[in-house]
Design a protein around this ligand. Structure first.
Ligand SMILES: [Zn+2]
Ligand SMILES: [Zn+2]
Length: 348
């Protein structure tokens, strides 16, 4: 990170002493509480949180099903905001930033070779330590990614999911990909479809989701409706579900010699029974978990307009609306076809 000169405030943030935060105390036990403002140490940055995207990780966490954390914890790993106070030469008050939530040891073989997701101490801010569903978040300077001036925070809240998508797509060899099938068309599936219209304009993108409202969105976003009957065998399947049913569908749909990429998180008891079929078809399978600290591809895609909130975000909530949303599992309602974003503080 290059040292940057102080510049005039782009955003005026009112001062706060107590900090409102969503706290998950245990499975289904979720509240908004007022906490004390955290002291700022040397090298740290205080960010006024503006928007936080929710995803399946948060939903599993709220139900106590993630198994990676201790309670209580404040969720939120898809975070954008504005620097309120900096004790780092790399950041200045008013800088718009997004969170890089990946935690790793930094010194093992995997970390030193640029694969922090292989570190045996890998973790995510908002899961193993306090995340961004609060009015401000204090973290070391290295946890923040610069948002270009031309990008709105409304779009930039999709930076982390876009980084997931760019990591998934980086595993695919794009030479001679005629047909590609996306399983699961929630927010990440929609992001994939959107990016592929630019990245692979000559590839036919098929999509499947058991929720009709979601599949309709995928079709509106230019994907073709896939069904097991009459559809061609595809060169690549991208499985965002990670369940036994999606693994089965992928094994049926893939052509011999094809490539299946699984980025949906399998449940601990998910049993994949398609080994014989995959072997016969000589299929390559990649599991894509997490990502590196290099968000530059995702930043570039958002900056060039490939990724826009209007195509992916279906709901906006306030901080106070988060506990009932999580408790009542409202993300399962079919009309919530995309991502829910918590507007902690309005821009401007
Ligand atoms: Zn997420
Ligand atoms: Zn490590």
């Amino acid at each position: 990170m290059a040292q940057r000169a102080q510049r005039p405030n782009r955003y005026k943030i009112k001062e706060a002493c107590s900090v409102k935060a969503v706290v998950i105390k245990g499975a289904g036990d979720i509240a908004v509480v007022d906490g004390d403002q955290q002291a700022l140490q040397e090298g740290q940055v205080r960010v006024a949180v503006q928007r936080v995207g929710l995803c399946g990780t948060d939903f599993s966490l709220a139900q106590g099903q993630l198994g990676l954390n201790t309670f209580p914890v404040t969720p939120g790993h898809e975070v954008v905001g504005v620097v309120r106070e900096s004790r780092s030469p790399h950041w200045a008050e008013g800088d718009p930033v997004a969170l890089d939530p990946l935690l790793n040891c930094g010194s093992c073989e995997a970390c030193r070779s640029g694969h922090p997701q292989w570190c045996n101490q890998v973790g995510v801010i908002g899961v193993v330590q306090e995340g961004g569903l609060q009015e401000e978040l204090v973290l070391g300077a290295q946890h923040w990614v610069r948002i270009p001036d031309a990008v709105s925070l409304r779009d930039a809240v999709l930076l982390e999911p876009t980084h997931v998508v760019s990591t998934v797509l980086s595993t695919v060899n794009w030479e001679s990909i005629g047909d590609l099938l996306i399983l699961g068309t929630g927010a990440l599936g929609l992001l994939l479809i959107r990016v592929l219209t630019y990245l692979a304009p000559h590839t036919t993108v098929w999509a499947y989701d058991p929720v009709p409202e979601r599949l309709d969105r995928a079709v509106q976003a230019s994907a073709r409706r896939w069904s097991p009957q009459g559809a061609p065998a595809v060169d690549v399947v991208i499985d965002g579900v990670g369940a036994a049913a999606s693994a089965d569908m992928a094994a049926q749909a893939i052509r011999p010699g094809g490539h299946i990429v699984v980025y949906g998180v399998p449940k601990p008891d998910t049993a994949v029974t398609t080994a014989a079929l995959l072997f016969r078809k000589n299929v390559q399978v990649t599991y894509s978990r997490l990502y590196s600290h290099d968000f530059s591809q995702a930043v570039a895609w958002i900056e060039s307009g490939w990724v826009q909130a209007s195509a992916v975000v279906s709901d906006e909530l306030t901080l106070d609306q988060v506990p009932p949303f999580l408790r009542e599992k409202r993300w399962l309602l079919p009309q919530r076809w995309g991502k829910a974003v918590v507007v902690v503080r309005e821009e401007g």
